[in-house]
Each structure stands twice: as structure tokens, then as C-alpha cells.
Design a protein around this ligand. Structure first.
Ligand code: FAD
Ligand code: 2HG
Ligand code: ZN
Length: 465
């Protein structure tokens, strides 16, 4: 089989030595260690199509992979040594930028940060932004329907795509690269592949939406008492600033402490310690001085209303990046601090304070030592309700509690009308858990769609369903 694939992709398209293979077979968190039969890196849609055709005929399972930054083991093969990783990173061309249509057509392996740069160079904004943007790829972003820090204003990845090119599980290519904002010619098939986590086909290219580039970004770190004040602050800022609020991220003090401890060069945002913080960003078409004044005035009003304890407004790009560093480095700092149990959950924004209260109380009753590191996209109701082990607990003991800790958190989320996966997907981490919380009818419909598109079950088996 390997030689058949080599004939399609050449020597450069195969990853062969044990040393080179490792980064493809282990996930970002180091929780899943898989073993692939072959790791193949096609460079064109035609190569992907021929590779998939060969594997499909032999009924060999395929694990699509982009930047391999999945938080739920979605891109890691199982340990059987029979699955083939099809990594898309060599498909990294920008095929076209159309400023008048406000779109760009890009290949799946383009790194997100690179696409942000391409948009910027064309005088536009591609607003998808997340901590892994230096290594995650747009095919992975589409396949997970990634969220990140711009969702409040621009929506998640699903809302940023107009067309897709997809290699189907039998190797045929669906040419759906349309750049249309209106197209009601039946079912909108692209949405099946967005968020499918590689279980329905391989995305090879996409038409993405571009937006006007804001002239100024005003950024501040506001200290608050807790989640209730953060939610109230969001309402107040939206009253005065409307859609100009483009990011609204919640950081309890423990997150700031983790970053200060583990990430060199980070600094406390304010002179005193506070229980929690909100990183707020306003994007404006006015001059930066005007944008800063608008945010300052809005936060001043919130201080008077008793919602904000203190605030630091970034006075330069370096200060802005430093504030963002406190937010974007939380995952890395938590990883450096030791093992964690992650919960990427969402509830209606209005119920975020209840989530903190109820899950916090339930966990403290049963696991008084557990450290709750719950932060994130409060403006979307999406909280990373993570738990870290206490210093004196052994990692194995902590993980043994994992299923019970999951249920405590997920039961609260479910009771609040929430979701157990807001933006990272199910992967293999939540494949079984979802059965407890999702409507059986919805799961049945999902299985039927899977059977129709992938009758032999070769696309990323063991993930999602
Ligand atoms: P991979 O990890 O390679 O794959 C993810 C899934 O997509 C897998 O199921 C894989 O099989 C499938 N896949 C990949 N490429 C394709 C393709 N071309 N066709 C079909 N299927 C494919 N996520 C967020 O949503 N918001 C965040 O704020 C965020 N922050 C993060 C911060 C850090 C530090 C890290 C490490 C991760 C973060 N993530 C976040 C999670 C992760 O970055 C996203 O899920 C991202 O979209 C994955 O992209 P990737 O290219 O790494 O995909
Ligand atoms: C973020 O918002 C990412 O920073 C990662 O989605 C969250 O580490 C996590 O749990
Ligand atoms: Zn997130």
C-alpha cells in the first residue's frame, strides 16, 4: 500500500522515520498516542483524491489531519497501526483573493495566522482568531467549526465560509467552491462538512469571507468581582458600544497567576490583585484616540455603576499584545502546570453565573482539593470549565476521578440548557459522553448522514459517533 501511495505523492509526501512520525501521532495535550500505518502528505486536490480512492478501495481507515492542535484527540489515529493519516499541511496555497467580492479562496493546509496576514495585505480582515493560530490550519478550523475570540462579532468558522471543495470518502471531488452570498438551490451541503471533524470527507479548499479592516482597536483589562459582574458588564458595554465590542473574555485570578508563573515576560495587568478580569476589545473605524476614549468612558461608567473595580487600557500595540498574552497563554500555562480535565461547554450567556455557582459548589462538595480553572469566551456563553489537580494529588488518582468530574460539570451544563462541546468538537474525548446528553433522534440522524456519505465507515472512525 505504501508504494502505491508513494507513486501518487512522491517521497516528499510520505513521513517515514520514527522521529519524524511522532508529532503526527500524538495530540497537542499529549493525551492520545496513536500509531498510524502510513502518514501521507498530498500536495494537491488531485493527489488527495487519488490517495483516498486507493485507501477506499482497500477499505483502509483515514484520519484527516491539519495542524494537529485538536483539544479532543480528533486528529490522532487509534493504536491499531492500521489507520492512515492524511495530513493536509502541504496544500497551503492561496488560490485567489477577490477584494470586491470580499472573499479569498484558500487551500485546507493554510495556517490560520498566514491567512490573517494575506487578508491584511489585501486591506481586509479575516476575523477568525484563536490561541493556536500560529499552527492550526483552515481545514482543521472548518472541520471543527472553530470559535475563538472573535465569535461575538463575526461568528464561528461556519459563518465565515461561502464555499468548499471536498474529497468524498470514495475519492470523488465535490466542487463547491462558490463565492456566493445568496444561493438557495436546495440543501446547503457545505454545512455538513463544517464541524464534521473529518468523518464525512476531506476539505481541500474553501472560499472564505473577508471583512473591512477596523482602523483602531481599543483594548482593556477590566477587573471584576466575578462572572455575574462580567455578564452585566457585557450588557452595559453593548448598550453604549454596540457591535464594536469584538472580544469579551473572562479570566478568573487563578488564570492570571498560572500565566505569570509559567510564561516568561508576562506582567500583572493592574497594581492590585482582583478576583477576576475581563479582556475587552473594541474595533472601530475612528482614530485610535477616539476608540480609546470611547472604551475608557464606557468602562468609567461601569466603575461608577459598581461593575468594574479597576481597569487598564492598552496605550500601545505592545501593551495590547501583553494583555492578550495573559489570555492566549492560559492553555499553555495550564499544560505546563500539570495535567487537567477539560470541559469546553456553553450555556446561554445569561446563565453563565449559574454555571460557575452550581458546578463550583458541586465540585467543591465532592472534590474539595480540585483547582477550578474556568475561563473563556463569556460573550458567547462558552466557558472552558477546566479542572487542574491539586499539588499533592497523583496524576493517576486525578484522572481516575475524570469521568465523575465530567458528569458533575456536564449535568449542570445540561440542566442549564447547554452543550458539552461549544467549539472544540467531540473527537474521541467526548464520543461516548455525548450519548448521555444529546437527543437520540439527533444522533440517529447523524448516523444516517454518515452512512449515506461514508457507507464503509472509513473516514476518521472512532471520532464523533
Ligand atoms: P487538527 O487538530 O489537525 O484536526 C481537527 C479535526 O479536524 C480532526 O477531527 C481532523 O480529523 C479534522 N480535520 C483536519 N483537517 C481536515 C480537513 N482538511 N478535512 C477534513 N477534516 C479535517 N479551538 C477553538 O475553537 N477556539 C479556541 O479558542 C481554541 N484555542 C486553542 C488554543 C490552543 C493553544 C490550542 C492548542 C488549541 C486551541 N483550539 C481552539 C483547538 C484547535 O486549535 C482547533 O480545534 C482548530 O480548529 C484545529 O485545527 P487544526 O488544523 O489543528 O486541526
Ligand atoms: C481557548 O479559548 C482555547 O483558549 C483552549 O479554546 C481552551 O485550554 C483550553 O481548555
Ligand atoms: Zn476557546
Amino acid at each position: 500500500m505504501k508504494e502505491e501511495l508513494r507513486a501518487i505523492v512522491g517521497d516528499r509526501g510520505l513521513v517515514e522515520t520514527a522521529h519524524e512520525r511522532e508529532p503526527y501521532e500524538v495530540d497537542w495535550r499529549g493525551q492520545y498516542h496513536g500509531k498510524a500505518a502510513i502518514i501521507v502528505r498530498p500536495a494537491t486536490t488531485d493527489e488527495v483524491s487519488r490517495v483516498v480512492q486507493v485507501l477506499s478501495e482497500a477499505r483502509i481507515a483515514i484520519v484527516p489531519q491539519g495542524g494537529n492542535t485538536s483539544m479532543c484527540g480528533g486528529a490522532t489515529p487509534d493504536g491499531s497501526g492500521t489507520q492512515v493519516i492524511v495530513n493536509l499541511s502541504r496544500m497551503n496555497k492561496v488560490r485567489a483573493v477577490d477584494p470586491n467580492n470580499n472573499t479569498m479562496t484558500v487551500e485546507a493546509g493554510c495556517v490560520l495566522a498566514e491567512l490573517q496576514r494575506v487578508a491584511n495585505d489585501a486591506g481586509r480582515l479575516f476575523p477568525l482568531s484563536l490561541g493556536a493560530e500560529g499552527s492550526c490550519e483552515i481545514g482543521g478550523n472548518l472541520s471543527t467549526n472553530a470559535g475563538g475570540t472573535g465569535v461575538l462579532r463575526y461568528g464561528n468558522t461556519r459563518e465565515l465560509v461561502l464555499g468548499l471543495e471536498v474529497v468524498l470518502p470514495d475519492g470523488r471531488v465535490w466542487e463547491g467552491l462558490r463565492g456566493l452570498r445568496k444561493d438557495n438551490t436546495g440543501y446547503d451541503l457545505k454545512h455538513l462538512f463544517v464541524g464534521a471533524e473529518g468523518t464525512l470527507g476531506i476539505i481541500t479548499a474553501a472560499v472564505l469571507k473577508l471583512f473591512p479592516k477596523p482602523r483602531a482597536m481599543a483594548t482593556a483589562m477590566a477587573a471584576v468581582d466575578g462572572p455575574a459582574q462580567a455578564v452585566a458588564l457585557l450588557g452595559k458595554l453593548r448598550e453604549t458600544c454596540g457591535d464594536r465590542i469584538t472580544a469579551f473574555e473572562f479570566l478568573p485570578r487563578i488564570c492570571v497567576d498560572l500565566v505569570l508563573t509559567h510564561i516568561r515576560g508576562s506582567r500583572d495587568p493592574l497594581p492590585a490583585r482582583h478576583p477576576a478580569y475581563v479582556l475587552v476589545e473594541l474595533s472601530d473605524n475612528a482614530e485610535i484616540a477616539v476608540a480609546n476614549a470611547t472604551l475608557e468612558e464606557a468602562l468609567g461608567g461601569a466603575v461608577e455603576a459598581g461593575l468594574v473595580r479597576d481597569a487598564a487600557l492598552a496605550a500601545s500595540e505592545a501593551q495590547r499584545l501583553a494583555l492578550w498574552g495573559l489570555r492566549e497563554n492560559i492553555s499553555e500555562a495550564q499544560k505546563l502546570d500539570g495535567v487537567s480535565i477539560k470541559h469546553d461547554v456553553s450555556v446561554p450567556v445569561s446563565r453563565v453565573p449559574e454555571l460557575y455557582e452550581r458546578a463550583g459548589k458541586a465540585l467543591a462538595e465532592k472534590y474539595p482539593d480540585i483547582r477550578i480553572v474556568a475561563f473563556g469566551h463569556v460573550g458567547d456563553g462558552n466557558i472552558h470549565y477546566n479542572c487542574s489537580k491539586s499539588e499533592r494529588q497523583a496524576a493517576e488518582d486525578f484522572f481516575r476521578q475524570g469521568a465523575d468530574v465530567n458528569h458533575i460539570v456536564y449535568d449542570v451544563v445540561h440542566a442549564l440548557g447547554g452543550s458539552i462541546s461549544a467549539e472544540h468538537g467531540l473527537g474521541q474525548l467526548k464520543r461516548d459522553e455525548i450519548k448521555r446528553y444529546k437527543d437520540p433522534l439527533e444522533l440517529e440522524l447523524m448516523r444516517n448522514i454518515k452512512k449515506t456519505l461514508d457507507p464503509h465507515g472509513i473516514m476518521n472512525p472512532g471520532k464523533v459517533l
